[in-house]
Ligand binder design. Structure first.
Ligand SMILES: Cc1ncc(COP(=O)(O)O)c(C=O)c1O
Length: 456
């Protein structure tokens, strides 16, 4: 009999509660603050987010019930399957076992609908009729477009220009789900016009698109803003991934030695890893690795600071590793990993020593992604390829040490809408990019004069 290749759970096995890591942190997460360094209260966030989500943002309750209507919609594709990557292992010649949680099976193609669905639901419950957002690679824009349609909301997406140009089919998908999608920076907002006046040829950035989407939300009727990563409640919505994976690994008779996820804003990584970080806090010996691109090395080279989530500084200051809110990353193909900051909760657990971070150059990532497609069949998103490359490194180390190692990675999305990146790679048109230190130091100047977070 061949070794088991996947675990598929039934509808009843989907988690009915989200896990909130804030209940278990060794030290509490520092609060968001204003430019004066004073903590921001929930009321200050009310023009941007509905109060029911703000309550989740600040909650320290360990388990939060998932509403029945949200469960109904998540069951459209959840629970997602957990696979063992037998053929990839064989090609690597490793004694390691590599398991992956396939979040590419969602209608939009990634983990992003796990939070788009509850965010659309809570906004509708609060009486909101329209949501605005930004998108990098287009995965998040698609997820929110779909979720808004399912809950009867209007959706407007500001898409980072470089991705808008590289990925026209993502815009069309959003249109099919009834959303409007415009390239950012646009001339529809003050923030966009100001950037265009200074740098008309800018490729855009997530921080610019966020400024545009927030400005639209706070100046429009019955509208709120929705963010696809970074915030506490977004990361919490993603924990269904790790909670399912824990059940599935158990059914395989395994517990991981290493858990890996790529990081842009931190949500898919948090989704798979936070339930395991909880185990680690309670004594388990487990390595947990966040993987970022060398072109946008937030966790590996950025300082831990208070910084804004967007370029126009419309968000409160968040305690996070950051490259500076004005940072415009090189137009690498992993559009979803081109963000200057990192989720405060992911930043915090790194500071606590509960996780590790590594930066990998894009050619190594594409090489692993193509090997994956040749062996496992599925074509990964360029973002996901970072987690695969890190898993391959772990597997190689296991081989060198002659040890069996159990590796679990979050396969955050498929790359069927990202084929221009693969084409460029296969035609030898891509190169690696290390952020030069001068550019990093110049970008960090934007942090001067901002409050400093407390030491641990
Ligand atoms: C497939 C995929 N993986 C990962 C990411 C990174 O985002 P996050 O760090 O929030 O998971 C994105 C973002 O767009 C994505 O589309």
């Amino acid at each position: 009999m061949s070794a088991q290749s996947k675990v598929v759970l039934s509808d009843n096995d989907m988690p009915r509660q989200w896990y909130n890591i804030q209940a278990d942190l060794p030290h509490p997460l520092p609060p968001p603050v204003g430019k004066d360094g004073k903590p921001i209260g929930p009321d200050a966030l009310a023009p941007v987010f509905p109060m029911n989500l703000i309550e989740q943002e600040v909650s320290t309750q360990r388990w939060i019930d998932i509403p029945e209507e949200v469960i109904e919609k998540l069951l459209l594709w959840r629970p997602s399957p957990l696979y063992r990557a037998h053929q990839f292992e064989k090609a690597l010649g490793t004694p390691a076992k590599i398991y992956y949680k396939n979040e590419g099976v969602s209608p939009a193609g990634s983990h992003k609908p796990n939070t788009a669905i509850p965010q659309a639901y809570y906004n509708r419950e609060f009486g909101i009729q329209r949501l605005t957002t930004e998108t990098g690679a287009g995965q998040w824009g698609c997820a929110l477009a779909m979720a808004c349609k399912l809950f009867g909301l209007i959706c407007k997406v500001y898409m980072v220009r470089i991705s808008f140009d590289q990925k026209p089919f993502r815009k069309m998908m959003m249109n099919v789900w009834g959303a409007e999608c415009v390239a950012s920076p646009s001339n529809l907002t003050q923030a966009g016009r100001a950037i265009l006046a200074k740098t008309p040829d800018t490729p855009g950035s997530l921080a610019i698109a966020i400024s545009e989407a927030i400005e639209d939300a706070v100046t429009s009727k019955n509208t709120r803003y929705s963010l696809g990563s970074v915030l506490n409640h977004v990361l919490m919505h993603q924990t269904v991934v790790g909670l399912e994976a824990q059940k599935q690994m158990k059914m395989m008779g395994e517990y991981p030695d290493v858990v890996i996820g790529c990081v842009g804003g931190g949500s898919n990584f948090a989704g798979i890893s936070f339930p395991f970080v909880c185990d680690k806090i309670h004594g388990k010996n487990i390595k947990i690795v966040a993987v970022e691109p060398t072109a946008c090395p937030t966790l590996t080279r950025g300082p831990f600071v208070y910084d804004s989530g967007d370029v126009a500084m419309m968000t409160p200051l968040l305690p996070m590793y950051s490259l500076g809110h004005g940072f415009v990353p090189q137009p690498i193909h992993a559009g979803g990993l081109r963000y200057h900051g990192m989720a405060p909760l992911v930043s915090h657990v790194l500071r606590e020593g509960l996780i590790e971070a590594v930066a990998i150059p894009q050619l190594e990532c594409y090489k692993s992604a193509v090997l994956w497609a040749h062996t496992e069949g599925f074509i990964p998103a360029p973002e996901t390829s970072h987690a695969i490359a890190a898993a391959a490194r772990e597997a190689k180390q296991a081989q060198e040490e002659g040890k069996e190692r159990i590796i679990l990675l979050n396969w955050s999305g498929h790359g069927l809408m990202d084929l221009t990146g693969y084409e460029a790679y296969m035609n030898g048109k891509l190169s690696d990019y290390q952020l030069p230190d001068n550019d990093l130091q110049a970008s960090l100047k934007a942090l001067e004069g901002l409050p400093v977070p407390p030491k641990l």
